[in-house]
Design a protein around this ligand. Structure first.
Ligand code: G6P
Ligand code: MN
Length: 445
């Protein structure tokens, strides 16, 4: 079985390869094709993978290419993990927004819109190529903003593209642990959009354990989201929000914390990764050791400003293991081997959340088997969550329309309608500011 990774020189690729190495079952991936536009990054990552594979019998063979069509032909699965504009682009997404006094974040608010506007045209081009060259392949989208990018690709690939995020499963795991239940036995009632979802229940043997958590301040103080949002607010909501909702519920504090941070998350990662790619070129050092060091530091500092702003303390040490690769592998396995499983994924709505149309990509529990990922029916969201989800979906639709038409005014509309952008005048300046720094937005006229 052949897996193609677009963005194959990316920093997370060794996580995926590590998970592939651990998979000994029949029908596992035997060939990995890495595609990237940057050969230096490909070289660095292949050195890491070679060290990972050292001593592992029949490790998946790795091939690299800079020709995207060559990468796609013959693929059974395609992981799309591209970053249009690189981390330098992420820094601009953050800084232009912060300079206007609005949230500068990779996936939420103005920064997420800017990232979406330059990523959608590239993602659509990839989707068209897949439809032509590998129509039987399944595409797993990792690229942020994941819900929006998955929806853009689904217009060309239908339900053959599935978006993934590790945050819902991570949240479910933390809640289960706080309750002292085995996460594998728990049904997580989670619904919303990517980075905009809520856990409304956690059922073990048919019984909802979430009320027990919400009633106990000590338990609520024992895990990250409990401390981040505060026991009182969680009780008011009657649900546990995805940590990205901190940007909505504590918008002002988050903007202040980001402005005070001195260096944005993107700038930290840009510098940190530049160091890794430099170290990985040195023939006298272990590329794998350099990668491990960088990875540990990255995970330990994830969302640090938010936790500090909320006085929420350190991230749990045992939660520093990524989850992306695990979700991706579980999904690929369920499809390839018809191993029926349930995963929280980004798929077309098909009636699941009745306030959204059937083409809207949502993040909900799905039943996965050889025929793909099928959203399971969930209870409707409460009023305020419905409001946020509909507002943000409307923004996503404007982003998709702007990417299709190239209309600058439609891009302005996308920014102006976002709940975290508080003025049309600000939206206009954001569009001007982003076009000035992003070559990938030159198409907007
Ligand atoms: C979480 C989110 C991802 C995000 C990742 C890394 O896993 O779900 O969407 O890409 O964190 O964030 P970072 O700030 O380290 O790039
Ligand atoms: Mn995510």
């Amino acid at each position: 079985m052949r897996l193609t990774i677009l963005g194959g020189g990316g920093f997370r690729v060794p996580l995926v390869y590590g998970a592939l190495l651990a998979d000994r079952a029949d029908g596992r991936v035997t060939q990995v094709v890495l595609h990237d536009v940057d050969t230096d990054r490909l070289k660095a990552v292949t050195r890491v993978l070679a060290e990972q594979a050292d001593g592992v019998p029949d490790a998946p063979e790795v091939r690299v290419t800079t020709d995207v069509d060559d990468a796609l032909r013959g693929a059974d699965f395609v992981f799309s993990a591209i970053r249009v504009g690189g981390l330098e682009g992420r820094v601009h997404d953050e800084q232009v927004a912060l300079a206007e006094g609005v949230l500068g974040q990779e996936t939420v608010g103005a920064g997420g819109i800017a990232y979406g506007l330059r990523t959608v045209p590239v993602a659509v081009d990839i989707a068209r190529r897949v439809a032509r060259l590998a129509p039987e392949a399944w595409v797993i989208n990792f690229t942020n903003p994941a819900g929006l990018v998955t929806e853009a690709m689904s217009r060309h690939l239908g339900d053959r593209v599935i978006g993934i995020c590790d945050s819902p499963v991570g949240l479910g795991r933390r809640i289960a642990r706080a309750l002292g239940v085995d996460p594998r036995r728990a049904w997580i009632d989670y619904a919303g959009l990517n980075h905009l979802g809520w856990v409304r229940g956690l059922r073990v043997a048919g019984r909802d354990e979430l009320p027990r958590l919400l009633a106990d301040p000590r338990l609520l103080g024992s895990f990250e989201e409990g401390r981040l949002f505060g026991a009182q607010w969680l009780r008011s909501l009657g649900a546990i929000p995805n940590e990205y909702l901190h940007y909505y519920y504590f918008h002002r504090e988050a903007v202040r914390a980001h402005r005070q941070a001195g260096r944005t998350r993107g700038a930290f990662l840009r510098d940190q990764q530049a160091r890794f790619y430099r170290e990985a070129r040195d023939p006298d050092t272990s590329a794998l050791a350099a990668w491990n060091r960088t990875r540990a530091e990255r995970e330990a500092t994830y969302m640090a400003e938010n936790r500090e702003a909320a006085g929420a303390g350190e991230r749990e040490a045992d939660d520093l293991s990524g989850g992306y690769e695990k979700v991706a592998l579980a999904l690929m396995r369920a499809i390839a081997r018809d191993e029926r499983t349930t995963l929280i994924l980004n798929v077309r709505n098909r009636g699941t959340l009745s306030v959204l149309d059937s083409e809207a990509v949502v993040e909900v529990p799905c039943l996965v088997d050889a025929s793909g990922a099928h959203p399971v029916s969930v209870d409707p969201l409460p009023g305020h969550a419905t409001g946020l989800v509909c507002a943000v979906k409307a923004v996503e639709r404007e982003v998709l329309a702007a990417a299709e038409s190239g209309s600058r005014e439609t891009a302005v509309k996308a920014f102006a309608l976002h709940p975290l952008v508080d003025s049309v005048a600000v939206a206009r300046r954001l569009v001007d500011g982003y076009i000035a720094v992003h070559p990938g937005l030159a198409y907007l006229r």
